[in-house]
Design a protein around this ligand. Sequence first.
Ligand code: SF4
Length: 385
Amino acid sequence: MRRRGRTAPTALELPAGLDAGVIEGLWRWYEATARDLPWRRSRDAYAIWVSEVMLQQTQVITVIPYYERWIARFPDVASLAAADEAEVLLLWEGLGYYRRARNLLRAAREVVEHHGGVVPREPDVFRALPGVGEYTTAAVFSLAFDDDLAVLDGNVKRVLARLVALDQPPSVPRVHKKLSALAQQLLPAGQGVAALHNQAMMELGARVCTPRSPSCEGCPLAAPCRARAEGAAESYPRKAARKAVPLQQLAVAVLADARGRLLLYQRPYGGMLAGLWDLPAVVLRDDHDEALAPEAVTDVVVEAALQATLRADHGLEVAVGEALPAVDHAYSHLRVRLHPRRCFLRARPRAERAAESGPRWLALADLGARALPRATRKVLASFER
Ligand code: SF4
């Protein structure tokens, strides 16, 4: 019996007319219209690295103030490497995907320890640092040093998928490989233009070849673009079948002691939102340990869940009071609905047991100095009102 071997994916063909003149037109368009973004004013590898990590999964407009605060506080690898993780997480608070911040810190410490505090100049060495992947390596080395490495972020994928009218979803690994090869083919090698070319491709996807209503009339790649010729730009890139994002309901305790301090704990490392400070909470489940449906969440259920959790986890007997507004929050893989309740101690906690075992009683005024999940800040905002 013949065994089927793996075949290399067939390369994508560039559309007719996509020649050097068109690519130069793209560059001229970029030079004439590029946004003035703070990280574009620098060719420092560390500054570009920070910006690229922040920009993963996050919009430019959100990143700008975070980037400026970060660079003001940690202007180089050494200052970041010397920082406390708590301060790093606090500066990152609100950007989400906190693993990115922890990896940046770990990577900075490795750079100080093994590379004299200078971002290593060899892509393979840089690629081995915590949190650094193929995309970040290509972005940093092309933008800082003009190394001929094409970037393939979401914006570039969309431009390429439309240019060649790609009939498969880019999220499929073998299709991603084909797009990566196509991006590299479009980047003229040996001309020292990688920064200009990559920036132009990313900018085109961000501002012209947008997911909805792309501005094909003003696009420098309009002439050879197959999706435009088909009159079907928006139907590319093709989408993979979406998995439903589960919804989790959580009861949340806003528990104050006699001095008005709130009980918070530091989330364990290795899980979601690792290392952030949070209010005690419990996922609401039914008798079969399934996530509770929204219509099954009642005051009685929330109250019982909070009393049981605070007793079991912290040895605290509490009364559950007023409901604060529910808070909805979406992560990439999970949606959560928080059902916060004001809670009161029925009896004094046993000595400072809570403080020693992890959770702490913290004054509201001190919470600004700790990193908290964004959804928890929303709960606290309604508590303070
Ligand atoms: Fe995108 Fe339209 Fe330009 Fe094609 S012509 S690359 S679809 S903006």
